[in-house]
Design a protein around this ligand. Sequence first.
Ligand SMILES: [Zn+2]
Ligand SMILES: [Zn+2]
Ligand SMILES: [Zn+2]
Ligand SMILES: [Zn+2]
Length: 353
Amino acid sequence: MDSRIPGVCLLGLFLFGSLLWGRVWTTVEGSQTEGELLSIEGGRVTLLIDGREYIFPLARFTASDRAYLLKWKEEERCGVCRKSLGDKKMQAGEQVFHPACFSCLVCDRPFFDRQSIRRDEWGGMVHSEHFRQAHSCGSCGRLFSSPRARPQQLFPDGRVSCLSCLQDAVTDVSTLDAVSKRVRRGMSELGLPAPTGGLTMRLVNQNILNKEVERVHGRGSLRGLTLTTFRTITGGPAAGTTFSHEVWVLSGLPVVECVSILAHEFGHVWLNENYIEMSPPAVEGFCNLLSMHLLNKETSKLADILRKNLAMSDDLVYGRGFREMNKQLDKLGWPGLIRDLSTRRVPLNRRGR
Ligand SMILES: [Zn+2]
Ligand SMILES: [Zn+2]
Ligand SMILES: [Zn+2]
Ligand SMILES: [Zn+2]
Protein backbone atom coordinates (compact mmCIF):
# COMPACT_ATOMS: atom_id res chain seq x y z
CA MET A 1 0.00 0.00 0.00
CA ASP A 2 2.85 2.35 0.70
CA SER A 3 3.69 2.62 -2.96
CA ARG A 4 0.51 4.69 -3.23
CA ILE A 5 2.08 7.39 -1.13
CA PRO A 6 4.49 9.63 -2.95
CA GLY A 7 7.60 10.73 -1.17
CA VAL A 8 7.80 7.93 1.35
CA CYS A 9 11.03 6.34 2.47
CA LEU A 10 13.28 8.27 0.23
CA LEU A 11 16.80 7.05 -0.23
CA GLY A 12 15.23 3.57 -0.21
CA LEU A 13 13.12 3.95 -3.27
CA PHE A 14 15.06 6.09 -5.55
CA LEU A 15 13.81 4.41 -8.70
CA PHE A 16 11.90 7.30 -10.18
CA GLY A 17 12.08 8.10 -13.87
CA SER A 18 15.40 9.04 -15.30
CA LEU A 19 16.01 12.77 -15.08
CA LEU A 20 18.32 14.14 -17.70
CA TRP A 21 19.87 16.84 -15.56
CA GLY A 22 20.20 14.65 -12.51
CA ARG A 23 23.25 13.05 -11.00
CA VAL A 24 23.23 9.63 -9.38
CA TRP A 25 23.82 9.80 -5.63
CA THR A 26 24.89 6.90 -3.47
CA THR A 27 24.35 6.60 0.26
CA VAL A 28 26.70 4.86 2.65
CA GLU A 29 24.07 2.09 2.83
CA GLY A 30 24.44 1.61 -0.93
CA SER A 31 21.06 2.88 -2.15
CA GLN A 32 21.07 5.12 -5.20
CA THR A 33 18.97 7.93 -6.54
CA GLU A 34 19.03 10.42 -9.33
CA GLY A 35 18.45 14.02 -8.40
CA GLU A 36 19.51 17.59 -8.95
CA LEU A 37 21.64 19.19 -6.27
CA LEU A 38 20.06 22.42 -5.03
CA SER A 39 22.03 23.43 -1.97
CA ILE A 40 24.37 22.45 0.85
CA GLU A 41 23.97 24.39 4.05
CA GLY A 42 25.21 23.47 7.49
CA GLY A 43 25.75 19.80 6.62
CA ARG A 44 22.30 19.50 5.02
CA VAL A 45 22.05 18.60 1.36
CA THR A 46 18.92 19.52 -0.60
CA LEU A 47 18.18 17.41 -3.68
CA LEU A 48 15.38 17.87 -6.21
CA ILE A 49 13.95 14.42 -6.89
CA ASP A 50 10.93 13.93 -9.10
CA GLY A 51 9.97 17.59 -8.73
CA ARG A 52 10.16 17.67 -4.93
CA GLU A 53 12.86 18.91 -2.59
CA TYR A 54 14.33 16.56 0.00
CA ILE A 55 16.92 17.25 2.68
CA PHE A 56 19.59 14.70 3.66
CA PRO A 57 22.50 14.88 6.08
CA LEU A 58 25.83 15.20 4.25
CA ALA A 59 27.15 12.25 6.25
CA ARG A 60 24.60 10.01 4.53
CA PHE A 61 26.56 10.06 1.24
CA THR A 62 29.61 8.04 0.16
CA ALA A 63 33.08 9.59 0.41
CA SER A 64 33.27 10.34 -3.32
CA ASP A 65 29.82 11.97 -3.30
CA ARG A 66 30.84 14.01 -0.26
CA ALA A 67 33.97 15.18 -2.07
CA TYR A 68 31.82 16.19 -5.06
CA LEU A 69 29.40 18.01 -2.78
CA LEU A 70 32.12 19.98 -1.01
CA LYS A 71 33.70 20.99 -4.33
CA TRP A 72 30.27 22.04 -5.65
CA LYS A 73 29.77 24.17 -2.56
CA GLU A 74 32.96 26.12 -3.15
CA GLU A 75 31.65 27.66 -6.35
CA GLU A 76 29.46 30.75 -6.20
CA ARG A 77 25.96 29.82 -7.39
CA CYS A 78 22.75 31.52 -8.46
CA GLY A 79 20.09 31.57 -5.72
CA VAL A 80 17.38 30.60 -8.21
CA CYS A 81 18.81 28.15 -10.79
CA ARG A 82 21.83 27.00 -8.65
CA LYS A 83 24.10 27.08 -11.67
CA SER A 84 27.56 28.54 -11.47
CA LEU A 85 27.73 32.35 -11.73
CA GLY A 86 29.71 34.21 -14.36
CA ASP A 87 30.96 37.78 -14.14
CA LYS A 88 27.50 39.36 -14.37
CA LYS A 89 25.59 38.88 -11.17
CA MET A 90 23.04 40.57 -8.93
CA GLN A 91 23.24 40.60 -5.16
CA ALA A 92 20.24 40.57 -2.78
CA GLY A 93 21.03 40.13 0.88
CA GLU A 94 23.26 37.07 1.27
CA GLN A 95 22.35 35.63 -2.12
CA VAL A 96 23.63 36.26 -5.64
CA PHE A 97 21.79 35.61 -8.88
CA HIS A 98 22.19 35.56 -12.66
CA PRO A 99 20.64 38.82 -13.88
CA ALA A 100 18.12 36.81 -15.93
CA CYS A 101 17.10 34.69 -12.92
CA PHE A 102 16.64 37.65 -10.60
CA SER A 103 13.09 38.49 -11.65
CA CYS A 104 9.54 38.77 -10.38
CA LEU A 105 7.39 35.69 -10.81
CA VAL A 106 4.30 37.84 -11.40
CA CYS A 107 5.55 40.31 -14.04
CA ASP A 108 8.75 38.51 -15.14
CA ARG A 109 10.63 41.82 -15.03
CA PRO A 110 14.05 41.88 -13.35
CA PHE A 111 14.58 43.51 -9.97
CA PHE A 112 16.65 46.64 -9.83
CA ASP A 113 18.62 48.30 -7.09
CA ARG A 114 16.63 49.28 -4.01
CA GLN A 115 13.38 47.75 -5.29
CA SER A 116 11.38 46.22 -2.50
CA ILE A 117 11.00 42.42 -2.84
CA ARG A 118 8.90 39.74 -1.12
CA ARG A 119 10.34 36.23 -1.14
CA ASP A 120 9.45 32.73 -0.01
CA GLU A 121 11.62 29.90 1.34
CA TRP A 122 11.82 28.24 -2.06
CA GLY A 123 13.67 30.89 -4.06
CA GLY A 124 10.49 32.57 -5.34
CA MET A 125 10.48 36.38 -5.45
CA VAL A 126 7.98 39.09 -6.39
CA HIS A 127 8.02 42.88 -6.43
CA SER A 128 6.36 44.07 -3.24
CA GLU A 129 3.85 45.98 -5.32
CA HIS A 130 2.97 42.70 -7.12
CA PHE A 131 2.55 40.68 -3.94
CA ARG A 132 -1.22 41.11 -4.16
CA GLN A 133 -1.12 39.34 -7.52
CA ALA A 134 0.67 36.38 -5.99
CA HIS A 135 -0.67 33.54 -3.86
CA SER A 136 1.23 31.86 -1.06
CA CYS A 137 0.65 28.07 -0.93
CA GLY A 138 -1.41 27.19 2.14
CA SER A 139 0.85 24.23 2.90
CA CYS A 140 4.42 25.15 2.01
CA GLY A 141 4.33 28.95 1.61
CA ARG A 142 5.62 28.86 -1.97
CA LEU A 143 4.67 32.00 -3.94
CA PHE A 144 2.99 31.69 -7.30
CA SER A 145 1.44 34.13 -9.73
CA SER A 146 -2.34 34.41 -9.30
CA PRO A 147 -3.11 35.31 -12.94
CA ARG A 148 -1.13 32.27 -14.11
CA ALA A 149 -2.47 29.80 -11.55
CA ARG A 150 -4.21 26.71 -12.90
CA PRO A 151 -7.87 26.43 -11.88
CA GLN A 152 -7.19 23.35 -9.71
CA GLN A 153 -4.72 25.40 -7.60
CA LEU A 154 -7.58 27.58 -6.34
CA PHE A 155 -9.89 25.48 -4.18
CA PRO A 156 -13.61 26.37 -4.08
CA ASP A 157 -13.36 26.89 -0.28
CA GLY A 158 -10.77 29.67 -0.76
CA ARG A 159 -7.59 27.69 -0.06
CA VAL A 160 -4.72 27.81 -2.55
CA SER A 161 -2.00 25.29 -3.34
CA CYS A 162 1.25 25.37 -5.30
CA LEU A 163 1.66 22.78 -8.06
CA SER A 164 4.19 20.79 -6.08
CA CYS A 165 1.85 20.32 -3.09
CA LEU A 166 -1.06 19.69 -5.44
CA GLN A 167 0.88 16.84 -7.05
CA ASP A 168 0.76 15.04 -3.67
CA ALA A 169 -2.72 16.10 -2.64
CA VAL A 170 -4.79 13.56 -0.71
CA THR A 171 -8.25 13.72 -2.23
CA ASP A 172 -9.57 10.16 -1.90
CA VAL A 173 -10.26 7.92 1.04
CA SER A 174 -8.04 5.05 -0.10
CA THR A 175 -4.97 7.32 -0.12
CA LEU A 176 -6.06 8.70 3.26
CA ASP A 177 -6.29 5.12 4.47
CA ALA A 178 -2.71 4.39 3.32
CA VAL A 179 -1.54 7.57 5.08
CA SER A 180 -3.35 6.51 8.25
CA LYS A 181 -1.52 3.15 8.28
CA ARG A 182 1.76 4.99 8.20
CA VAL A 183 0.68 7.21 11.09
CA ARG A 184 -0.57 4.17 13.02
CA ARG A 185 2.85 2.50 12.68
CA GLY A 186 4.60 5.62 13.93
CA MET A 187 2.31 5.72 16.96
CA SER A 188 2.61 2.05 17.82
CA GLU A 189 6.40 2.51 17.99
CA LEU A 190 5.72 4.88 20.86
CA GLY A 191 3.51 2.36 22.64
CA LEU A 192 0.23 3.99 21.64
CA PRO A 193 -2.17 1.24 20.57
CA ALA A 194 -4.82 1.39 17.85
CA PRO A 195 -8.20 2.53 19.16
CA THR A 196 -10.60 -0.11 20.48
CA GLY A 197 -13.60 1.76 19.07
CA GLY A 198 -14.59 2.10 15.45
CA LEU A 199 -13.00 4.93 13.52
CA THR A 200 -14.18 6.51 10.29
CA MET A 201 -12.29 9.14 8.37
CA ARG A 202 -13.76 11.82 6.15
CA LEU A 203 -12.14 14.24 3.75
CA VAL A 204 -13.94 17.57 3.95
CA ASN A 205 -13.53 21.13 2.69
CA GLN A 206 -12.70 24.08 4.92
CA ASN A 207 -16.31 25.36 5.08
CA ILE A 208 -17.69 22.06 6.36
CA LEU A 209 -14.85 21.71 8.84
CA ASN A 210 -15.22 25.26 10.17
CA LYS A 211 -18.95 24.82 10.60
CA GLU A 212 -18.48 21.64 12.63
CA VAL A 213 -15.69 23.21 14.70
CA GLU A 214 -18.05 26.08 15.50
CA ARG A 215 -20.86 23.67 16.40
CA VAL A 216 -18.68 21.85 18.95
CA HIS A 217 -17.29 25.18 20.23
CA GLY A 218 -13.81 24.46 18.93
CA ARG A 219 -11.21 27.00 18.02
CA GLY A 220 -10.03 28.65 14.85
CA SER A 221 -9.80 27.39 11.31
CA LEU A 222 -8.42 23.92 11.78
CA ARG A 223 -7.22 21.32 9.32
CA GLY A 224 -8.55 18.31 11.15
CA LEU A 225 -11.14 17.45 13.77
CA THR A 226 -11.92 14.43 15.97
CA LEU A 227 -15.43 13.68 17.18
CA THR A 228 -15.64 10.87 19.72
CA THR A 229 -18.94 9.37 20.85
CA PHE A 230 -18.96 7.48 24.16
CA ARG A 231 -21.67 4.96 24.93
CA THR A 232 -21.81 3.53 28.42
CA ILE A 233 -23.90 0.49 29.28
CA THR A 234 -24.32 -0.22 32.98
CA GLY A 235 -25.13 -3.72 34.21
CA GLY A 236 -25.61 -6.87 32.20
CA PRO A 237 -23.10 -8.79 30.11
CA ALA A 238 -22.48 -5.87 27.75
CA ALA A 239 -21.55 -3.47 30.57
CA GLY A 240 -18.79 -1.04 29.79
CA THR A 241 -18.05 1.88 27.53
CA THR A 242 -17.71 1.73 23.78
CA PHE A 243 -16.34 4.44 21.55
CA SER A 244 -16.79 5.54 18.01
CA HIS A 245 -14.60 8.16 16.43
CA GLU A 246 -14.99 10.34 13.38
CA VAL A 247 -11.82 11.97 12.14
CA TRP A 248 -12.21 14.77 9.62
CA VAL A 249 -9.29 15.99 7.56
CA LEU A 250 -9.16 18.76 4.98
CA SER A 251 -9.21 17.39 1.47
CA GLY A 252 -6.33 18.31 -0.86
CA LEU A 253 -3.49 18.54 1.68
CA PRO A 254 -0.14 17.16 0.49
CA VAL A 255 0.67 13.70 1.91
CA VAL A 256 3.29 14.96 4.36
CA GLU A 257 0.91 17.50 5.86
CA CYS A 258 -1.88 14.94 5.93
CA VAL A 259 0.43 12.63 7.94
CA SER A 260 1.00 15.43 10.43
CA ILE A 261 -2.73 16.25 10.75
CA LEU A 262 -3.77 12.60 11.14
CA ALA A 263 -1.10 12.03 13.81
CA HIS A 264 -2.54 14.99 15.72
CA GLU A 265 -6.12 13.72 15.42
CA PHE A 266 -5.15 10.16 16.39
CA GLY A 267 -3.61 11.73 19.49
CA HIS A 268 -7.08 13.05 20.38
CA VAL A 269 -8.51 9.58 19.77
CA TRP A 270 -6.03 8.02 22.22
CA LEU A 271 -6.64 10.73 24.85
CA ASN A 272 -10.42 10.32 24.51
CA GLU A 273 -10.36 6.53 24.80
CA ASN A 274 -8.20 6.80 27.90
CA TYR A 275 -10.35 9.51 29.50
CA ILE A 276 -7.32 11.76 29.85
CA GLU A 277 -8.42 15.26 30.75
CA MET A 278 -5.97 18.13 30.57
CA SER A 279 -5.98 21.84 29.75
CA PRO A 280 -6.40 22.74 26.05
CA PRO A 281 -2.68 23.67 25.66
CA ALA A 282 -1.64 20.32 27.18
CA VAL A 283 -4.05 18.37 24.95
CA GLU A 284 -3.15 20.19 21.73
CA GLY A 285 0.53 20.25 22.70
CA PHE A 286 0.56 16.48 23.16
CA CYS A 287 -1.22 15.94 19.83
CA ASN A 288 1.32 18.21 18.14
CA LEU A 289 4.14 16.13 19.65
CA LEU A 290 2.73 13.20 17.71
CA SER A 291 2.69 15.29 14.53
CA MET A 292 6.32 16.17 15.17
CA HIS A 293 7.24 12.52 15.78
CA LEU A 294 5.81 11.57 12.38
CA LEU A 295 7.28 14.62 10.62
CA ASN A 296 10.72 13.72 11.98
CA LYS A 297 10.64 10.62 9.79
CA GLU A 298 10.30 12.72 6.64
CA THR A 299 13.18 14.08 4.58
CA SER A 300 11.24 16.50 2.37
CA LYS A 301 11.74 20.23 2.61
CA LEU A 302 7.99 20.55 3.12
CA ALA A 303 8.34 18.44 6.30
CA ASP A 304 11.11 20.77 7.41
CA ILE A 305 8.83 23.80 6.96
CA LEU A 306 5.93 22.07 8.76
CA ARG A 307 8.27 21.18 11.67
CA LYS A 308 9.36 24.81 11.93
CA ASN A 309 5.72 25.99 11.85
CA LEU A 310 4.82 23.58 14.65
CA ALA A 311 7.79 24.44 16.82
CA MET A 312 7.61 28.20 16.35
CA SER A 313 3.85 28.82 16.24
CA ASP A 314 2.94 31.78 18.45
CA ASP A 315 -0.53 30.34 19.11
CA LEU A 316 -1.11 30.26 22.86
CA VAL A 317 -2.73 26.83 22.73
CA TYR A 318 -1.03 25.00 19.85
CA GLY A 319 2.38 26.67 19.86
CA ARG A 320 2.94 27.24 23.55
CA GLY A 321 1.24 23.92 24.33
CA PHE A 322 3.66 22.13 22.03
CA ARG A 323 6.73 23.72 23.60
CA GLU A 324 5.55 22.91 27.13
CA MET A 325 4.79 19.30 26.22
CA ASN A 326 8.08 19.02 24.39
CA LYS A 327 9.89 19.97 27.60
CA GLN A 328 8.04 17.15 29.36
CA LEU A 329 9.04 14.77 26.58
CA ASP A 330 12.69 15.79 26.90
CA LYS A 331 12.52 15.10 30.62
CA LEU A 332 10.49 11.87 30.64
CA GLY A 333 10.95 10.29 27.20
CA TRP A 334 7.95 8.77 25.40
CA PRO A 335 7.30 5.85 27.82
CA GLY A 336 7.51 8.19 30.82
CA LEU A 337 5.31 10.81 29.21
CA ILE A 338 2.64 8.27 28.29
CA ARG A 339 2.70 6.87 31.85
CA ASP A 340 2.44 10.37 33.26
CA LEU A 341 -0.55 11.22 31.06
CA SER A 342 -2.25 7.97 31.99
CA THR A 343 -2.36 9.13 35.62
CA ARG A 344 -4.59 12.03 34.54
CA ARG A 345 -7.37 9.62 33.74
CA VAL A 346 -10.82 10.87 34.70
CA PRO A 347 -13.44 8.13 34.08
CA LEU A 348 -16.72 9.32 32.57
CA ASN A 349 -18.81 8.74 35.71
CA ARG A 350 -16.53 11.01 37.72
CA ARG A 351 -16.53 13.89 35.28
CA GLY A 352 -18.03 17.23 36.07
CA ARG A 353 -19.71 17.37 32.66
ZN1 LIG B 1 20.34 31.49 -12.31
ZN1 LIG C 1 6.77 42.22 -10.58
ZN1 LIG D 1 3.03 24.15 -1.63
ZN1 LIG E 1 -6.38 19.17 18.27
